[in-house]
Design a protein around this ligand. Structure first.
Ligand SMILES: [Zn+2]
Length: 149
């Protein structure tokens, strides 16, 4: 057992083992859910694993604003599309310093929920805990969202 370098989950295979849990979740149980829930899952996982998924300022902005939009605004799909258009327009972005602690919950707290409603609730808790770990970046995330809309 090793710790994942992104989220700290202790799992067989460490970082790769954590990635496998995410791939399973995304490829299996999440296929039949809404676009918003899939995006929330992907944005949360990526914010917990920025060394792999948030290398550029643009990718960081995509996932951070996705979380912000879903958790602090309406979360409507039209907003996610507006954010995508904003990013495609190549806004000038600077990548901020990222926190090393990225929340107490991990993808492992979601995978076990068998019932779709329970799973959605577990994803919501995981997303919220990750978002809270990024509290230093909330003002920046809100500024980006306002700029995009
Ligand atoms: Zn991880």
């Amino acid at each position: 057992m090793q710790s994942c370098e992104g989220c700290g989950l202790v799992v067989d295979g460490g970082t790769d083992g954590c990635q496998s849990l995410f791939d399973e979740l995304r490829g299996g149980q999440l296929v039949a859910t809404t676009y918003q829930l899939q995006r929330l899952t992907v944005d949360t996982y990526c914010m917990q694993h920025p060394d792999r998924y948030c290398v550029s300022a643009k990718s960081l902005a995509a996932h951070l604003t996705g979380l912000c939009w879903t958790l602090e605004y309406s979360g409507h799909a039209s907003g996610l599309k507006a954010l995508q258009r904003w990013l495609d327009g190549r806004p000038r972005l600077e990548k901020p310093e990222l926190p090393s602690f990225r929340g107490a919950l991990t993808v492992a707290d979601v995978g076990g929920a068998p019932d779709p409603a329970e799973r959605a609730a577990a994803i919501g808790r995981w997303a919220r805990s990750t978002w809270d770990a990024y509290s230093a970046l909330h003002p920046l995330a809100r500024r980006w969202v306002e700029e995009a809309l």
